[in-house]
Design a binder for this molecule. Structure first.
Ligand code: ZN
Length: 258
């Protein structure tokens, strides 16, 4: 696997968990073959931090947005501030945005409002969206169907096969995380198997969700290789097929020229 190139479609190298050592962590990831990554913001300050890191971590790109977790705390002018941040050359997506109904983190109507507004902003700026979704499928489908984003990805996908098929129909990509390395959920495996090859992405979502055999540790982009191996096994592909196709899909989705 040492000669393969990987693209980690969802990282939080801008998280406080990497404050002290993100340069070293990213250098190790590059040496292990994880050459490129999206650094995803979840609120305004953290989105700015994503842009800042992209200036010095080679092969990284930023996404800016307010996540459902942070939607209740968002200042009134948050949308203008995201629009401003999105002008930076490092920014390739609006995210992460979406709906989170599993954890009791805030009113659903506020989450929906911010989600809709940021999907509309992404369309205005011709940027893809990076969507967080948990236990919200009917509202998610309603908003996506109504807003019709131009491009985007359902990140860390763990939803139903039916919702995945609707997302594919709408032109979206699907990204799978370390959960695929340890989950016994048959429907998740089915989703991994059924995602069209040209819509498939992989991600670590680091520092969260470390894959097997590193569960419980701080997750790092280097662990993406374990996720690629699991996805390859489920799809009965060689790992290099998954590495190559997910790398190319990320370049296409985020319009990155290399
Ligand atoms: Zn995330």
């Amino acid at each position: 696997m040492a000669t393969l190139r990987f693209f980690d479609s969802h990282t939080h190298l801008n998280s406080p968990a990497f404050e002290k050592d993100c340069d070293r962590i990213w250098e190790e990831s590059r040496q292990s073959g994880v050459e490129s990554a999206i650094i995803v913001g979840y609120d305004l300050a953290n989105s700015e931090r994503a842009i800042e890191l992209c200036r010095r971590l080679r092969g990284t790109y930023a996404a800016v947005g307010v996540s459902p977790h942070d939607s209740v705390k968002a200042p009134e002018d948050y949308l203008d501030r995201i629009r401003f941040l999105a002008q930076d050359a490092a920014v390739v997506a609006i995210g992460e945005i979406g709906l989170e109904y599993h954890h009791p983190i805030g009113r659903h109507d506020i989450q929906q409002k911010l989600f809709q507004e940021q999907v509309a902003l992404a369309k205005e700026l011709d940027l893809p969206i990076i969507v967080h979704s948990r236990e919200c499928e009917s509202d998610l489908v309603a908003i996506l169907t109504e807003q019709k984003p131009r491009r985007g990805v359902l990140h860390c996908y763990t939803g139903s096969l039916q919702t995945m098929e609707i997302a594919i129909e709408l032109g979206l990509h699907i990204s799978f995380s370390g959960i695929v390395t340890f989950s016994k959920d048959e429907s998740l495996r089915q989703c991994v198997a059924d995602t069209p090859t040209n819509r498939l992405l992989i991600e670590t979502d680091c520092p969260y969700l470390a894959p097997s055999p590193h569960r419980g540790k701080r997750c790092v982009p280097q662990y993406l290789i374990h996720i690629a191996e699991s996805v390859a096994a489920i799809r009965q592909n060689a790992p290099h097929v998954i590495a190559d196709s997910t790398f190319q899909n990320a370049l296409d989705l985020f319009k990155i020229e290399q």
